[in-house]
Design a binder for this molecule. Structure first.
Ligand SMILES: *Cc1c(COP(=O)(O)O)cnc(C)c1O
Length: 399
């Protein structure tokens, strides 16, 4: 029996069964659907991309996986070298793991130990944003601010190591003033908070965060698991403001195989680089740097650069703004657009009940949550396909 995520199994609606997928399309036995959410935001090149499939097949012919303790291999060497050149600033040291949540755990462990290695045992606290989402494992839940997790965290124990702050600069300044000396890190989903409701905020906030982190000697962590690889209209938000640690996941491996990377800058790496074995980073997931995942990631990045994806994303944003311009409805609270993400927030979550089936019948796969109807499209989408998604969204309100 399958146990599905985020649903009550007893009352769950039967999921759509996918029998094939190609480009932006998912196929069920009786319907062809544009995947408007890129399989939870990762499938940026679309399904069954022949080059990515071939890269995985070629690697599988050599070996699919070897452990990384005491061994290394060419795909991971090439990928690390590629990321060193591809990522901004001195974000050069790649620690791989098997999922975004684990990548966040690694980042938080790194930040805490960075100070312990300096003999500072008092920097045990983390600052994060209200409405943050950083994954489903326990520490990731703790720095997150998802109401659905609050009850389980309460049972787990008092949330004493994490402070949350809103995305306005005076609140941020006050938080640093109050807690700066005991923080090891400030972790954010930069510019776009995804699972917390596609909330968008200004770069000036992150610029100020960078200054405050420097002033109070706190590490700045960008969780770019969702925002990385173009989603906000920037390749990475780290291109605009440099963090000390950046977490990549989702689109990192073109969406084909789960993997993540926690990237540290020189300062963080040097805090571990020592003759003392106790100062090493104690982490090592079994499947870290899986060779198939590395092969998929390398090919994905090659296509991303070669096909000039940033231009495609700019075009997607332009079309999104044009199609949603002037759209209002008494049930709609706000329409938000950034890069390859569009969100229609409704006033009452009940007003989205039934939308998934409505979209299905119109050839679009959508998965609204709470009061958010959104699109996070694959970047290979055509103008007609994009318009079909927005027409479907608008038709729901005007039916
Ligand atoms: C999806 C997501 C994660 C968790 O990644 P998984 O691979 O699902 O564990 C972490 N942070 C952000 C911002 C995400 O969107």
């Amino acid at each position: 029996m399958i146990w599905y995520p985020y649903v009550q199994m007893k009352t769950m609606k039967e999921p759509y069964k996918i029998v094939d997928a190609e480009g932006v399309y998912l196929y069920t036995e009786d319907q062809k659907l544009i995947d408007s959410v890129s399989s939870w935001w990762c499938m940026i090149h679309g399904y069954k991309n022949p080059e990515i499939t071939e890269a995985i097949k070629n690697q599988a012919d050599q070996f699919s996986h070897v452990m990384l303790g005491g061994l290394t291999h060419e795909p991971v060497q090439k990928l690390s070298a590629k990321l060193r050149e591809f990522l901004p600033g001195d974000l050069d040291y790649c620690f791989f793991s098997d999922s975004g949540s684990v990548g966040v755990e690694v980042a938080l462990k790194m930040a805490l130990q960075y100070y312990i290695n300096r003999g500072e045992w008092n920097r045990t606290k983390v600052l994060s944003l209200t409405h943050a989402y950083h994954g489903d494992t326990f520490k990731a839940m703790e720095v997150g601010d998802d109401e659905d997790y609050h009850f389980i965290l309460e049972a787990y124990g008092e949330k004493k190591d994490v402070f949350h702050v809103d995305t306005n600069i005076p609140a941020l300044e006050a938080a640093f003033k109050a807690h700066g000396a005991e923080l090891n890190a400030f972790i954010v989903e930069p510019l776009l908070q995804g699972a917390g409701g596609m909330r968008m905020y200004d770069i000036s906030y992150l610029q100020r965060a960078r200054e405050l982190c420097d002033e109070y000697d706190v590490l700045l962590i960008f969780d770019e698991v969702a925002t990385g690889f173009g989603r906000t209209g920037n390749r990475f938000v780290a291109d605009l403001v440099l963090p000390d640690i950046q977490v990549l996941g989702k689109a990192l491996t073109a969406g084909y195989i789960g993997h993540a990377c926690t990237v540290a800058n020189h300062k963080v790496y040097n805090g571990f680089y020592n003759d003392d074995p106790d100062k090493a980073l104690m982490h090592g997931p079994t499947f870290m740097r899986n060779a198939l995942a590395c092969a998929a990631a390398l090919k994905g990045i090659e296509i991303f650069e070669r096909e000039n994806y940033m231009e495609k994303i700019k075009k997607i944003e332009e079309i999104s703004r044009r199609e949603m311009a002037g759209f209002t409805h008494p049930k709609v609270k706000e329409v938000r657009i950034m890069g390859g993400c569009t969100c229609v927030e409704v006033l009452d979550p009940k007003d989205l009940e039934g939308f998934q089936q409505f979209a299905y019948e119109r050839g679009v796969f959508s998965r609204p949550f709470l009061s958010y109807m959104y699109s996070m499209v694959p970047y290979i989408i055509t103008e007609e396909e994009l318009v079909q998604i927005f027409d479907t969204m608008k038709a729901w309100f005007n039916k």
